[in-house]
Write a protein of this length. Structure first.
Length: 161
């Protein structure tokens, strides 16, 4: 709510965690407070200046999300779009950082054994940063950069979002 400033029931029910029932039950009070705050502080809401587009970038993101949902091998997904694995991981990172969760467990199970996954999970859970270079130094060659980036995607999807 602090990012979107919903000022009607339709916008309120689209807030993550609110839904139709909560919007009806509690929405009116919240909407009034938010509307007053927006007017008083001359806040420009995202809806007032967001430019929507459906370019090739959106098509690529949709393709990646759908392909991952169908549990296609990541190298096959990259190959289908003429991308390197590095480019695919970068695109997946953009998707995850924008708030969309990606479930790549099926692929991580192909790349890592259970102990490696547990080791990476504990590392990211305890780490103060998600910096790949710091993780590479920490693991001293046990994992390559793409492997750490892939596991970081899982971690961010599950824990950070």
């Amino acid at each position: 709510m602090t990012l979107k400033y919903p000022v009607n029931h339709e916008e309120m029910k689209n807030i993550h965690g609110v839904g139709e029932g909560k919007a009806k039950k509690y929405g009116t009070e919240f909407i009034k407070v938010i509307e007053d705050y927006v007017k008083k502080n001359n806040i420009m809401r995202n809806e007032e200046y967001t430019v929507k587009s459906t370019g090739s970038n959106s098509t690529l993101k949709l393709f990646l999300i759908q392909s991952i949902d169908r549990k296609l091998p990541l190298p096959d997904i990259a190959s289908a779009k003429g991308m390197s694995m590095d480019a695919l991981i970068s695109e997946a990172e953009t998707i995850v950082y924008s708030g969309t969760k990606l479930n790549i467990d099926y692929w991580l199970d192909e790349v890592f054994d259970e102990d490696q996954q547990e080791e990476l999970y504990e590392y990211f859970l305890d780490s103060k940063t998600d910096d790949v270079n710091i993780a590479l130094n920490e693991f001293q060659g046990e994992f390559d950069e793409d492997e750490i980036r892939l596991y970081r995607l899982k971690f961010l999807s599950e824990v950070a979002n």
